[in-house]
Ligand binder design. Structure first.
Ligand code: GZL
Length: 322
């Protein structure tokens, strides 16, 4: 849409011998031109984190004066690819998305590049050798999150730790990297062993299902490392149903720090939570305005985040934004 107007504008401008915007896809949008249009392909609505992330994107687009076209892929890659293709056909000014898994994006991102529509990765990364397919990746360092989780366990375990790892979505960057970081942190600690590892797909129901099975196959589990709060909360349900005390009989470490997880942490049912900040909306909109204007942006923008013990959660719970 905008490009057609820009072409007419350029033709008119050329007729009056004045130059128009740079032809490298950097239009006048976002710098006093008419409304910038963003196509956003969201992963789904699988967790409290995702709900908070979607809210942040929608609210930030509104306050930035950016028209947001939004799609929920229900955690299916083919739906995200379809959404990106439709944004290309609609000639949006910029595409942003959180890739549900790391691989399988090169073809559709090449289509966006050929259509001169800049792409921003937000939350999760893609595993592609061609970094020209996107302008920047805004999101957490998931390996560091895994390291923080593992480090806490090495400093807070008395006796052998038999860990059940409840992984996020198979093939997703946070699942791959949170496992990588955790394993790095516990490497060389002979009394800490991951005895079972299974995906709960980042959902509460998935976490409960996996924990029910693992409690049967590995009754000696005394630690759970869940890649997000929702799966940790599901595991708590299964642990209680098995007559055990979460946080005491079985230590629980999770990632995200959404309200429900922080409440369980304050209540002592979770022992440690590594924060993963979902409030990426404002930074995303700033980056979008810059890339549409053709301005240089950092290849990687890492979000700031911390971690909480039970005592710390009790103190901050009332002030948490998500
Ligand atoms: C992490 C994000 C993950 C969260 C989960 O940035 O991609 O996906 O940790 C969410 O809660 O489902």
């Amino acid at each position: 849409m905008f490009k057609k107007i820009a072409m007419i504008g350029c033709a008119l401008a050329l007729a009056t011998l004045t130059a128009c915007g740079s032809g490298d896809g950097g239009g006048s949008k976002g710098s006093g031109g008419d409304k910038l249009v963003m196509g956003f392909a969201q992963v789904g609505a699988e967790s409290g984190w995702r709900t908070a992330n979607t809210k942040s994107v929608r609210e930030s687009a509104k306050s930035a004066g950016i028209e947001l076209k939004f799609s929920d892929a229900q955690q299916k890659q083919e739906n995200q690819i379809k959404a990106i293709r439709s944004y290309i056909q609609q000639k949006v000014d910029v595409i942003a998305f959180s890739p549900v898994v790391e691989t399988g994006w090169d073809a559709v991102l090449l289509e966006a590049k050929r259509a001169k529509i800049p792409v921003i990765l937000t939350d999760r990364a893609v595993d592609s050798s061609d970094t020209s397919l996107y302008k920047t990746f805004l999101g957490s360092d998931f390996v560091e999150e895994g390291r923080k989780a593992g480090k806490w366990l090495t400093e807070n375990t008395d006796g052998p730790a038999k860990v059940a790892e409840i992984q996020g979505t198979t093939g997703a960057a946070p699942a791959i990297d949170r496992q990588k970081g955790f394993k790095e942190a516990i490497a060389g600690k002979s009394d800490i062993r991951i005895v079972a590892s299974q995906s709960g797909d980042f959902t509460r129901a998935g976490g409960k299902q996996v924990m029910e099975a693992l409690l049967k196959s590995h009754p000696d589990i005394n630690v759970v490392y869940a890649h997000n709060d929702d799966m940790g909360l599901g595991a708590i349900e299964a642990i209680k149903a098995a007559g055990k005390k979460p946080g005491t009989d079985i230590k629980i470490i999770t990632v995200d720090a959404v309200k429900a997880g922080m409440q369980a942490l304050a209540d002592g049912e979770i022992n440690y939570i590594v924060e993963c900040n979902p409030l990426l909306g404002d930074q995303l909109m700033d980056l979008a305005k810059k890339v549409v204007k053709g301005e240089k942006v950092p290849e990687r923008v890492v979000t700031e985040e911390t971690a909480f013990t039970s005592e710390q959660a009790a103190k901050v719970l009332k002030d948490r934004k998500y």
